[in-house]
Design a protein around this ligand. Structure first.
Ligand SMILES: [Fe+2]
Length: 192
């Protein structure tokens, strides 16, 4: 079944601090493009000849190489938009994990530092191997995403996420992002 792009218009109209409607609209358009490409790739893979895969070039191999780009590009964006909303409600369980990691300010400072390695994504996760909070940097959409993680905060650090409002000032965008985190959503992910 084809994937359908979600609507995040509720984030517009001043719901977020420091992210304009123009910035958000362009980001929504880009996200929808990933959904379209994911559908296209999955549809082609459903019927393609997989008997001659090849490192240099083969249509099946090329689709397989790009499948994760479109998949992660789609759903990292959904998690990004869904953890925006400027809500300070942190569950007791998440607070305990944040405290164990040195406190919310320290964790966010590390997430911000992580995002400075962009373009790509900075993630706050609960690592299922050690049960602790970790930050990771994912290049593009698909390079460096570690296994066995519960994604808690997903931060888009590609230029398209902030150029309209901030030009090349990535740190200013990251500061705005931190002010817009929907902690109730992060808590929900932590508890899930
Ligand atoms: Fe993005």
């Amino acid at each position: 079944m084809a994937h359908e792009a979600k609507n995040y218009d509720h984030l517009k109209g001043g719901a977020l601090k420091g992210l304009s409607d123009s910035q958000l609209d362009q980001h929504f358009t880009l996200y929808k493009g990933y959904i379209t490409k994911l559908n296209e790739i999955e549809e082609k893979l459903a019927s393609i000849d997989n008997t001659k895969p090849n490192y240099s070039f083969n249509e099946y191999s090329e689709l397989k190489r790009r499948e994760c780009v479109a998949f992660n590009g789609s759903f990292l964006h959904e998690m990004y938009f869904e953890n925006l909303g400027a809500d300070a409600t942190v569950s007791a369980g998440l607070q305990k994990a944040l405290d164990a990691a040195g406190g919310q300010a320290k964790v966010l400072a590390d997430l911000k530092a992580c995002a400075m390695g962009g373009p790509g994504w900075a993630l706050l996760t609960r690592n299922r191997r050690d049960g602790k909070l970790h930050t990771y940097f994912v290049a593009e959409h698909h390079i460096g995403l570690p296994m066995d993680q519960d994604l808690l905060i997903v931060l888009d650090s590609w230029e398209h996420a902030f150029m309209v409002d901030y030009g090349i000032k990535r740190p200013d965008y990251l500061a705005a992002f931190m002010d817009n985190i929907k902690w109730s959503e992060v808590s929900k992910r932590f508890g899930a």
